[in-house]
Design a protein around this ligand. Structure first.
Ligand SMILES: [Zn+2]
Length: 239
């Protein structure tokens, strides 16, 4: 193949080189998968046979979509141990059918014992929510975090360092999302019938890899407040 064939004649871009670079990162995924399978089978020939039989994770992880905070790696867990839901800035909104479906399945079918909201310092979603820039459709999602800011504006406005301000909002956002989960009838109904379900709030420090437990764990609905704590929760379908 000569140079002319490799170039986009209109703009001179070497499209073949771009395609090769793109396929290299893509093909790496397939190669890694083959190697991972071989390694697992070498360690335990029955690994995938057992994995295919079903799952019984004890943890639901609701984390940020950020590529640096993968649930299994951060917690040193194996496939089958953590049920995972991730979105930008680990937001739990009571009108999000995706999150509610994951929560309902995890709590009522898988019977997980721990629901963990895991944020992380330096979260781009939280930082974006603290600005007044338009980012597109994501602004609608970030509104939920802007509302968390509004709830805690007195504290946050006293922080002059921008990075510290974002990181404090990261913590407050996780705390509010834990609270949001506790407000759902899914969690409250489960608490009516079980004593082994806890909701927790964590923040991951990407610069050290370590988790900070925010100490906001809940195992009952007693502190939710009158309008949020459902009476006879089994009878209501509202989330
Ligand atoms: Zn994030």
């Amino acid at each position: 193949m000569n140079n002319t064939e490799n170039k986009n004649e209109k703009n001179g871009i070497d499209t073949k080189s771009i395609t090769l670079a793109q396929s290299a990162s893509y093909n790496k995924l397939k190669k890694n998968n083959s190697e991972w399978v071989a390694k697992r089978v070498k360690e335990d020939p029955e690994f995938f046979t057992k994995l295919a039989q079903g799952q019984s994770p004890e943890v639901l992880w609701i984390g940020c979509s950020d590529s640096r905070v993968p649930a299994n790696e951060v917690t040193g867990t194996q496939p089958g141990e953590v049920f995972v839901h991730r979105n930008i800035a680990n937001v739990c909104v009571h009108s999000d059918m995706n999150m509610l479906s994951v929560l309902d399945y995890a709590v009522n079918v898988l019977k997980v014992k721990h629901v963990i909201v895991a944020g992380h310092y330096g979260c781009g979603g939280v930082a974006a929510a603290l600005s007044n820039k338009q980012f597109g459709i994501i602004d609608n999602w970030l509104r939920h975090i802007k509302d968390v800011y509004r709830l805690h504006a007195n504290e946050l406005d006293r922080i002059t360092d921008d990075k510290a301000k974002v990181n404090r909002l990261v913590e407050l956002n996780v705390t509010e999302q834990v609270y949001n989960l506790c407000k759902t009838s899914i969690i409250q109904n489960a608490w009516m019938n079980r004593t082994d379900l806890e909701v927790h709030g964590w923040v991951i420090d990407i610069s050290s890899g370590l988790i900070k437990d925010l100490g906001v764990s809940s195992s009952n609905s007693h502190n939710l407040g009158y309008v949020y704590e459902f009476d006879n929760v089994e009878a209501t379908a509202a989330h």
